[in-house]
Design a protein around this ligand. Sequence first.
Ligand code: NDP
Length: 392
Amino acid sequence: MYDLFVIGAGSGGVRSARLAAAEGFSVGIAESSRVGGTCVIRGCVPKKLMVHAAEFSQYFSDSEGYGWTIKEQHFNWQQMVAARDKEIDRLEAAYKKNLENSGVEIYKNFAKLKGLNEIELDNQKVIKAKHILLATGGKPNKPRFRGVHLTKSSDDIFMMNDLPKKIVIYGAGYIACEFASIFKGLGADVTLVYRGEVLLRGFDNDIQSMVRQGLEDKGIKVLLKSQIESVTKNLEGFTVALGDKRQLITDEVICATGRTPNIEYLGLEKLGINLKKGAVLVDEYQKTNISNVYAIGDVTDRLNLTPVAIRDGIAFVNTVFKNKPTVPDHHLVPKAVFTKPEVGTVGMSERDAVSEGINFLVFKTEFKPMKNQLSGNPQKTLMKMLIKKMQS
Ligand code: NDP
């Protein structure tokens, strides 16, 4: 019997497994896909490598203002993909090695709950464990419209064989805005279609307008208050019909319309594990309603960010294996969005501060960075700080 069995070897699961093993506990971990999870395999890391790839086009054009002449620019998608995937393979191997070096046993299987202390693998092997940690993450969510099966999700982007000439991206959250920047930087014609009026819902209003301006300055078409009604195949690509009867002709359509917790086939119902809006419901110590079953990260749909899942894992191990009950602090978590311009933010938005009736001052400055003076790049920098007024 293991002291801990973790289902899901993403950032949160791997950190928890390693930390518990480092305390001398016996630990097993199951992963049906690749070790590393969303962040390492099909999320932050490969995305960030693509952000870097896309940045070069701006560097090339900026360089002219500084006296450089770049005669030919040619981007080779396959070459970038091969280099990117080689790095992902290296990281996956490092994650596996770190688990093995910590004494964690890895099962390359889909695992589901069978009983209070039992997990069943997809090869019918039954494993016993005192504690079970659900760290299965999430998966892309697509809306319903005719022809949605013809669209790609963010997972599919990492398997694309070619750079599309034209691309329509649906949504205006992190993934949509980041990939709009990436594809534009790599040379595609990008249209962002969003049902709302302001991009990046929940962010500060100045960030929202700065990002929109930045995307449009780079030539990305931003269609607001627009919904996709259908996608149909045409001879060369796809026709996207919008609610207002406009049509877009494109080579690819990407739905970046949120993510949903991975709870399917986990056997949660067998143990009667409580859910909330399709996510595993946990208490402040990340315990489910079953006393030896815990859950961390995106499967709990609290704050879906890699560093948060890792902190969740640390808090879980402190609580269960180090006799140090720890509540993960999900307040004041910094957020970054890798658009052009990039966003870094922590704390409340101005809108939230107003709606909470907080008495505050705004310090704000917007300027053209010195580097952009000679290059002619119109991108400005915004710095904004909200300061809560002391009560007198
Ligand atoms: P987000 O929740 O950020 O954005 C989803 C977008 O899709 C919103 O614009 C939303 O519109 C729209 N949408 C949702 N449902 C529908 C629908 N039925 N029809 C039309 N539009 C719809 O999710 P993402 O997919 O961008 O990212 C998923 C998660 O991944 C995020 O929670 C984020 O935390 C994480 N992530 C973090 C990154 C980072 O830290 N840099 C990078 C990438 C992902 P509306 O606003 O109207 O709801």
